[in-house]
Design a protein around this ligand. Structure first.
Ligand code: ACO
Length: 461
């Protein structure tokens, strides 16, 4: 199979959300901390009738319907998620009724999990399957679904929720550049979920930021080496039209892009001009080890100043690059929040939403990060494709503007009350939900009941 990649996409996020400005005031945080400090506008969350299973059912059914794909044509289904509703039964099995109904039970694949990386693992599995000798000619389907919720405190505003479905096959308008892929994996405790009775993670926020940037550096270095080996010339950010990052919050995306520029500077990329070189020179002696040690260190303060330097030198160096190469992918993550496994692909969906008519022929580099940790940088190439699997049709099916517009904003008191109810219900049995689906769009699945044997039941609006 040739040009294997993403043929079609659908995104679903809950219509329930809270404005970051409102949450900030309610939490007693200083004005601008969530909106400017974290760079976030709004946060979606599941109400008591939605969860990762219902969201993934909605995304999958909608994708199959809107692109007119016969469920019998799916030969592999993989789910990436870090939201645990069952320690054994995969989310994939909850999706099987959609296919069983049509007589298709011959579908490989189960769930992949490692924090926000599970979706990327699922995607690679499907792509590899289509490229392998066991491929039977049918499509792969990848689902990334998560509800990111944090205990009260500084991490709470970095929550979010969504499910994304992606159809995988040959001759795709979004094709993998197979060899251009570099990973970094290590054992760290930056964010993890050891308490099985709670949906909330244990998170060392500062360490997670450092690990994310370290992984980015390592992946970028490996990526550049592989590119140089394959193409026989140096790679710099100029060789890609767009960069899309896993987006826990927008500020980290801004820092990540600066970091790539700093890497290009250290590698003597030819586009960094004399003026920028002079500004960056004082930092060239910092080793990576030093720069990651601790944020309290003077040196790391200087390194953090790098963002400032880039924005001061913005006219010549970072800002115009950020605006053209990164900004178009930031819409949904800023509006919906961290969607864990779906976050990177929601950023990618934003790029298609904003730029579908001009993407053909262009290259995009994606960076996937999951705490713990697992990270990969990889490259995709666009072609326009043919309907229904064309970039313009993907943008119109996802209908992002309409979905964002038709949301319902919760006041903070109601949001906190809901978080408490969800905390109480997590891992619970023997309850019936309100079944109130008045805020949900037609076609949305919702949770109706968890019975005395923990079995979950859903209905479709
Ligand atoms: N106006 C403007 N900016 C402000 C304001 C204000 N009033 N107040 C603070 N800021 C800035 C800070 O200077 C800081 O920016 P900087 O990093 O550029 O210096 C930023 O806002 C955040 O403020 P902090 O004090 O660093 O925030 P805090 O430590 O309270 O929480 C954190 C931030 C650590 C990201 C927390 O939300 C968290 O733990 N989130 C979950 C972990 C996470 O998402 N990690 C990312 C990778 S792992 C993953 O994807 C889960």
């Amino acid at each position: 199979a040739k040009n294997v990649g993403i043929l079609a996409m659908e995104i679903y996020f809950p219509p329930t959300c809270i404005q970051q400005e409102v949450l900030e005031a309610h939490d007693g945080a200083s004005k601008g901390k969530y909106t400017i400090g974290l760079g976030q506008d709004c946060m979606a969350f599941c109400s008591e009738v939605e969860d990762v299973i219902s969201m993934s059912m909605t995304a999958v059914t909608s994708l199959l319907e809107k692109y007119n794909v016969d469920p019998k044509q799916i030969g592999r289904l993989e789910v990436g998620s870090e939201t645990v509703l069952d320690k054994s039964k995969s989310i994939k099995t909850f999706l099987m009724p959609i296919f069983e109904k049509c007589g298709n039970t011959d579908i490989e694949g189960v769930d992949s999990s490692n924090a926000c990386y599970g979706g990327t693992a699922a995607l690679f599995n499907c792509v590899n399957w289509v490229e392998s000798s066991s491929w039977d000619g049918r499509y792969g389907l990848v689902v990334c679904t998560d509800s990111a919720v944090y205990a009260e405190g500084p991490a709470r505003p970095t929550g979010g929720a969504a499910a994304i479905a992606m159809l995988i096959g040959p001759n795709a308008p979004i094709a993998f550049e197979g060899k251009l892929r570099s990973s970094h994996m290590a054992h760290v405790y930056d964010f993890y979920k050891p308490d099985l009775a709670s949906e909330y993670p244990v998170v060392d926020g500062k360490l997670s930021q450092t690990c994310y940037l370290m992984a980015l550096d390592a992946c970028y270095k490996g990526f550049c080496q592989k590119f140089e080996k394959q193409e026989g010339k140096q790679f710099s950010i100029l060789d890609a039209d767009y960069f899309v990052f896993h987006s826990p919050y927008n500020k980290l995306v801004q820092k990540s892009f600066s970091r790539l520029l700093f890497n290009d500077f250290s590698r003597n990329a030819s586009f960094i001009d004399v003026a920028a070189k002079e500004k960056l020179a004082p930092f060239s002696s910092l080793s990576n080890e030093e720069s990651y040690q601790s944020r309290d260190l003077e040196k790391i303060q200087k390194l953090c100043g790098l963002t400032v330097i880039f924005s001061q030198a913005s006219q010549q160096v970072a800002k115009p690059f950020f605006d053209t190469k990164v900004q178009p992918s930031t819409l949904i993550p800023k509006q919906v929040g961290n969607m864990y496994t779906a976050s990177l692909y929601a950023a990618f969906a934003s790029l298609i939403h904003n730029k579908s008519s001009t993407l053909a022929g262009q290259r995009v580099i994606l960076f996937s990060y999951g705490s713990g940790l697992a990270a990969t940088m990889f490259s995709l190439r666009f072609t326009e494709g043919e309907k229904p699997f064309s970039l313009s049709n993907i943008a119109s099916v996802m209908n992002v503007s309409e979905k964002l517009k038709s949301r319902n904003e919760f006041p903070p008191e109601k949001f906190v009350e809901l978080m408490q109810l969800m905390e109480h219900r997590y891992g619970g049995k023997d309850f019936i939900t309100s079944k109130d689906c008045s805020l949900l769009a037609p076609g949305t699945y919702y949770l109706t009941e968890v019975d005395s044997k923990y079995r979950r039941f859903y209905a479709k609006k």
